[in-house]
Design a protein around this ligand. Structure first.
Ligand code: MLT
Length: 236
């Protein structure tokens, strides 16, 4: 039986063989929520890069440049990392270069995978419908926070594992734990999320509305996938 696994932080990724596998990268607050929102709202393509310098170089050749560090917009760039910025008229039809504290790094650590998809609560059902009939094993990579575990990405991993368990065997205890957390949290996700360290970090930056937005389930159909250096909408 095909398997689903959860890598709780990129620091553990060396324990996982990604060859021939589908990796779903998740960074609920807020990188992958932004990527899903952007492609769902008319952004032409999104190029995730690891450094501010790479992002600046793409800005210099005409990309809209989104850069976030420690939850705040980095100085000298066009956008920060709020999903609401990815819904504005100015991004429609544009190419966006993006670098964030954890999310874009996680994507670049997954390049050995057969297929890299972007997951968020926002596209949970679309992702489930696409993955349920795939033959490849799946690894859900939680972007975490600077190498550490975080709550929100693991909750998403648990939600996806719960949706796919009829066709995918849990590869180890991480999917089991993630699913159990999600089943508990979903009764009152906002209350559960308010205890997370990144939600508290963002609340200090008065971006609570981003948290409320990012925990909505299945409001978008789009599944971003990595094609070369760009994230594009998957045509399923
Ligand atoms: C991340 O890269 O961890 C997040 O996107 C940071 C944020 O948007 O606050």
């Amino acid at each position: 039986m095909k398997k689903i696994d959860v890598c709780l932080t990129p620091e553990l990724l060396h324990q996982y063989d990604l060859e021939h596998k589908i990796v779903v990268v998740v960074d609920i607050l807020r990188a992958t929520s932004c990527m899903v929102s952007g492609l769902a709202n008319g952004v032409k393509e999104i190029v995730p890069v690891s450094t501010l310098e790479e992002c600046k170089a793409l800005q210099d050749v005409g990309y809209l440049a989104a850069a976030e560090r420690d939850g705040s917009k980095a100085e000298g760039f066009d956008m920060g990392n709020s999903p609401f910025e990815y819904m504005s008229e100015k991004v429609k039809g544009q190419k966006v270069a993006v670098t964030t504290t954890n999310g874009t790094l996680a994507i670049h650590k997954s390049l050995a995978a057969k297929e890299i998809l972007i997951g968020a609560f926002l596209n949970l059902k679309a992702l489930t419908d696409y993955l349920i009939n795939k033959e490849e094993d799946i690894v859900v990579l939680c972007a975490g926070w600077k190498g550490k575990f975080n709550l929100e990405d693991t909750l998403f991993a648990g939600a996806l594992c719960n949706q796919l368990k009829s066709k995918f065997e849990f590869a180890c205890d991480a999917p089991l734990a993630a699913e159990a957390m999600y089943i508990t949290a979903k009764k009152d996700m906002m209350r559960y999320m308010n205890d997370s360290s990144h939600a508290k970090r963002l609340a200090k930056l008065s971006v609570v509305k981003d948290i409320e937005f990012c925990i909505q389930e299945s409001i978008y159909e789009v599944i971003p996938y990595l094609s070369g250096k760009s994230l594009l909408p998957l045509k399923s």
